[in-house]
Each structure stands twice: as C-alpha cells, then as structure tokens.
Design a protein around this ligand. Structure first.
Ligand SMILES: Nc1ncnc2c1ncn2[C@@H]1O[C@H](COP(=O)(O)OP(=O)(O)OP(=O)(O)O)[C@@H](O)[C@H]1O
Ligand SMILES: [Mg+2]
Length: 284
C-alpha cells in the first residue's frame, strides 16, 4: 500500500513538473510523460502477477495432492502386474506425473505470500554460494565472471529465494550463449534520487543493493522482450514447462520490494539489474 502511495506521488510530482515545464525543456516534459507510462505499465503488471499468483496458488495445492494420488496408484499397479504393456502404461503415467509436479512447483513459486522477508542477508555471500553451485553445471565454453563490491550493506531477504534469482538468470544466460561466451555477475550499491527513478515504474529514491547478471549471448528476441516476465513466455521450443524462470524472478524480487531493469540489444547480450532495498534497522 505504501508502495502504491509512492507510485501515485511519483505520478503527481511528474504532472506537477509537467505543468511548470511546459514552456521549458521538451526533453524534461517527455521524460516525465514516459515516467508516468512506466509507472502505469509496472502497476498493471504487478496486478496481473498478483492475480496469476492467487489463481496459481489456489489450484496448485489441490493439483499437487491429485498428482500425488495418481502417481502412488500408478506405482502400486505397476508393482502388482506382470503384464508388460500395463507396466509400460504405468511408467508413462509416472513420467507425466513428474512433469505435472514440476509445473505445479513453478505455479506455487508464483504465489504471493504477502510477507516481506525480514532476515538480514549479505548479497555477496549469497552470490558466492550460488556461483559455487552453478559453476559445475556450466559447460567449459562459458566463463563465469564475478565482481563483488566490498563492504556491502545487508538487504532484508530470503537466501533461498535470492539464490533462485541468481540461478534462473544465469541459466538463461547459459541457454542463450551458443559457442563460447561469458556470464558476469556483479554486486554493488547505489543511492537513487527522484530523478534517477523516471525510467522504471517501481523505482524509488533510497539506498539499494544491485545484483547484475549479464551475458555475451545474442540478446533477448525483440518479440519476447515486452512480455519477458509473463509466465509461459519462452523462446524455447518443445518444452511444455518452459517460460517460468523470469516470472519467478519477478515475483521474488517484488516480494523483496525491489525491481528489475533489463537491457538487451540484438547480438549484444542481455543484462538484468536487480535492485534490492538495503535493510533497515528493525530487520533481524
Ligand atoms: N539472457 C538471455 N538472453 C537471451 N534471451 C533470454 C535471456 N533471458 C531470457 N531470455 C528469453 O526470455 C524467455 C523467457 O525466459 P524464462 O526464463 O522466463 O523462461 P525459459 O528460460 O524459456 O524457461 P524456464 O526458465 O522455465 O526453463 C527465454 O525463453 C528466452 O527466449
Ligand atoms: Mg529460464
């Protein structure tokens, strides 16, 4: 709610400046008009993700139970039959249940918990943990580079979810790079003023930790870029469960009261910058 109020005050401030600068710099007028557009776009997307999360959470729980019952029964029938054809059928049911179970897991990840994480987390420590896990899964042709900012302030976060953000972004870089390439992860801190927040609807002034994951791949296909955080949007062919990675990243980052900036140019790689608010004194 506080956040919505901030967005509304940003719109008001933008319109206020607009009314005063109408005779002044056209560039400034345009920047504020764009800013209003960004705020509305982000607001609409947040509401859409909230509805998706609500629906997904509602059906996913029941589905999980149904799938479990089907899988257990298929297993029992397989164990009690000698009929090779029925054994094959049961194996097919079990395989489909596993896929359905993955899908349900993704859907549950989109559920909004409504609670902001309060644990104090050192972003550098989480990135180092994530990198150790991810390094082994990368093929030799892809180099993983890290640049850590020293003396970072803590963020209020959930270590497991932050690790998931890093993993999903690095996996996308890995999948995008054909042949040799580099994925870079950097951490840093920024202090944003109101004038730095015009390009992103959820951006606001304050102190933030920034996690950046960039790659030397071909960049995000332009037809996908505008809807990149929607679930089921994927450039991958023939994988029914694809298109959740960035939707989950988006949900996690919004749960942390942060936002994501994406930059991508065809042939020049992609860069995701994730902003997390610095933890305030009351965090554990
Ligand atoms: N770093 C990147 N470079 C190029 N394209 C990207 C990059 N990150 C995301 N994309 C594009 O955005 C699409 C959506 O990404 P997202 O992670 O949400 O789903 P996915 O990778 O297709 O499937 P999943 O993550 O569920 O396995 C990708 O399929 C790809 O087309
Ligand atoms: Mg992905």
């Amino acid at each position: 709610m506080e956040h919505i109020e901030h967005q509304i005050s940003k719109v008001k401030a933008g319109l206020e400046i607009l009314s005063h600068t109408i005779d002044g710099s056209l560039t400034e007028v345009k920047a504020h008009m764009d800013s209003v557009g960004h705020i509305l776009a982000e607001y609409t997307h947040d509401r859409k993700m909230e509805s998706i999360g609500l629906m997904a959470g509602g059906v996913a729980h029941d589905f999980k139970n149904f799938i479990h019952i089907i899988a257990v029964n298929a297993g029992s029938i397989k164990d009690s039959t000698e009929n090779a054809r029925n054994v094959r059928r049961c194996r097919q049911i079990t395989a489909v249940c596993r896929k359905a179970s993955d899908l349900v897991e993704h859907m549950m990840n989109l559920t909004e918990t409504g609670e902001l994480p309060t644990k104090k987390v050192d972003l550098n420590v989480e990135v180092k943990k994530g990198v150790t896990l991810l390094q082994d899964a990368l093929p030799e042709r892809i180099r993983l580079e890290t640049v850590f900012s020293e003396d970072m302030s803590s963020i209020a976060g959930d270590p497991t979810q932050i690790c998931q953000v890093i993993s999903n972004l690095v996996n996308n870089g890995r999948e995008a790079i054909e042949g040799e390439g580099v994925i870079s992860i950097t951490t840093g801190e920024v202090i944003l003023e109101a004038c730095d927040c015009l390009k992103h609807g959820n951006a606001r002034p304050g102190e933030f930790a920034v996690l950046t994951v960039s790659d030397s791949g071909p960049g995000i296909p332009p037809e996908i870029l505008p809807k990149i955080y929607d679930p089921f949007v994927s450039g991958k062919k023939g994988n029914g469960n694809a298109g959740f990675g960035l939707a989950i990243v988006y949900t996690i980052v919004r749960r942390h009261n942060g936002w994501i900036d994406v930059e991508s140019k065809e042939g020049m790689g992609a860069r995701f910058s994730v902003y997390f608010p610095i933890a305030q004194g009351e965090s554990e």
